[in-house]
Structures are given as C-alpha cells and as structure tokens.
Design a protein around this ligand. Sequence first.
Ligand code: PMP
Length: 390
Amino acid sequence: DLRPWQRALRAQFPIVTGHPELAYLDSAATAQKPQAVLDAVHTYLTTSNANSARGTYTWANRTTELVERTRERVARFLGDRRPERSTVHFTSGTTEGLRTIGRDWLPGFLRDGDEIVVPVADHQANIVPWLEVQRLLAREGVHVRVVPMPYQSGSGDYDHRALAERAGPRTRFVAVTHVHHVYGGDMNVHRIREAVGPDAVICLDAAQSVGHLPVSVAELDVDFVVFSGHKALALPGSGAVWARQARGPAFVPGGWSGTPNTVGIASLEAALDWLDAAGPDRIERWTADLSTRLTEGLRRLDAYEILGCPLSLAAGTTVQRRRGIVTLRHHAIDSGDLGFILFSHGFMVRSDHHCQGDAGEKTGSVRVSLHVYNTVEEIDRLLSVLASLS
Ligand code: PMP
C-alpha cells in the first residue's frame, strides 16, 4: 500500500497543501517543488552565491563544486555506470538541449546520403531541430533524408517493427521520446536499438520521464538523454544533456564558458536527491495507478475519447499503461471550454494542442497530468465532474 508513503511526500509540497480546494493536474507542463528544493535554493543564495570556476575564495569554490557535483549527480541519476565516459551539459531545458545537439553536434556527424529518423507526432521541440539540421546541411550540398518515425495506429506507441523495415545502414541518427507528452505511455525505447542496429545514435527526449520513472541509460542503450529540471521538481532553467561519447565526434557544446544557472543547478541537485529518496519506481507505480483509475473511469463514459487509446480493442492489443498523462476529448464540448469548466471546480489542467508536431492531433484536447502529490480523491472528484458533463 503506497498511500502512507504518498501522504508523507505530498505533505512536503507547500503549494499543494496550501491550496486544498485546488487540484494541480498539469505536471507535464511543469511540476511543483518540494520544501527540500525551496530550502536548497535559499541555502545556496544565503551561503555560497558566486560565479563558478577560477575563484580563489570559498563561495566561488563552493559554487564550482556544486556544478561539478551536480554533473555527476545527473549521470548517476540516469543510471550511468561509466560516468568517466560521458558528458553532462547544463541547459535551460529540453528545448534548448535538443537544439544544442542539433546545432553543435549533429551537423558534424552526418554525411551526404545519411538518414535521420524524426518522430513527427512528438513534441515540436523534438522535431524542429532535426529538420533545421537537414535544411542547413542542404545549403552546403550535404543531403540528409528524413525518415518519419512510424506510430502504431491508435495505441500511442511507436511502431518498432515498421521502424526496423524503414531503417537501413544509412540510418545514423534517431530522435525518440521516452514518455509521450500527449499519449502518456512509455514508448518502449529499449526496442528502438533492436530496430535501428548498433551504429545509429539514439537521442532521447526524456522531458516526461526523468522524475517520473527510473531512467537508465545502461538499459535503454541511448547516446543522448535530454530533460528539463522544472518538470523534475527543480527550478525552470535547470535542464541537462547527458551524452555518451561512444558514437561519432565528442559532444562539445558552445557557450560552456558563460555563467551557468547556479541557482537552478542547486535546485536540480536537491530535486534529484529528493526523487532518489522517494524512489522513482514507486513514483511511477503511484502515477500509473492513478492514470489507470482515470482511464478506466473515462472508458465508462461515452462522451469522452482518450487520445492514443483505441476505442475498441482488437484481440491481442492491450491499452498502454499511462505514466501520469491522460489526454481526453469530449465529443461535444470544446477543449478550451472544458478546461474552464474544470477550473471552476478547482482542477488545473491543460487544454490546447500541447505543442504536438504537424502530424499530431488537429483538434484540441484536455491533458490531465500527474505527479507524486496527486491523490486518488482528486481523480475520483475529477471523474465525477466529467461524468456530470456526459
Ligand atoms: N519534450 C517533451 C516530450 C515535452 O513534454 C516538453 C515540454 N512540454 C518539451 C520537450 C519541452 O520542454 P521545455 O519547455 O522544458 O524545454
């Protein structure tokens, strides 16, 4: 029974406990922060604030140590067993991290005639940089072919078998997402390597998985992991790129000599410590159980459709277990209106197109996204309001 564990953790989020009349169901946009993260920020700013590197005094040295320690912390949090062979680069978030790879690394890796796999129905942050690389290289006479990532119809997962058919010896770079920001399922990234072979570089958008479930680079066999600190309980502006230095040229992003976001980094260290102590496996179970409760409740209501979830199941198909994200659409109520109605009952959800790529959903939807502070009672109250509208 995870309930006593969850109650103790929920109590550590002042914004959540301070507003019992509200239910925050928008953690895929940004997560709330536990007291330990607020304290770490306060402690850093009141005891050590300085610029990092090359200082000759205590505060500067402490800041340098904080930055280096947090690099290692990120690698360890991602299950990196050989951190001496990888690099951690701090960025403002996933969008900037992916763009940095596209700007500073990928052009030097690709050759004329190479192919890149782009997931056209994922978050735009994981599409735009790769199309940009193709466009920039074309100007130099280097032609790169974009292979659209195939998706299984209706299930919200990639079609790994179709990918294996499309991928060839010239497929050298594959962009994937760990947990889809609209469909909410685990994209079974461990199957991507089988589909594309040992030589392709796999870049993982982990914006919706870091902080929500265990992420292990050793198990996933990926080359880049990119995430946003603000979705993993740290402050905005505190993301990172983890890069394995095994395939292709070394990842040496520009801009490293500027001032890092030291306050964000302090918050990230505290957030990763907090998450490790809480247990990413238990957080995953908790939010997946709540998502299942919501999904099952919604499937009993005719007025709603769940995105990335087939209405009727063909034999042998299973509904993917959601990792804390369930996106729905009412057959008659506009998603913006539904968002307003839900907020009038105290529920904070996101309604629109969720920055999904071109091939994604054309009409808006309402996304319910969870973290460890959400409760069974919140889901049941939400379901009863949704039922009253059906
Ligand atoms: N990728 C995915 C899967 C996301 O959900 C998001 C945020 N919605 C991003 C990338 C972009 O993250 P950020 O805004 O923190 O850069």
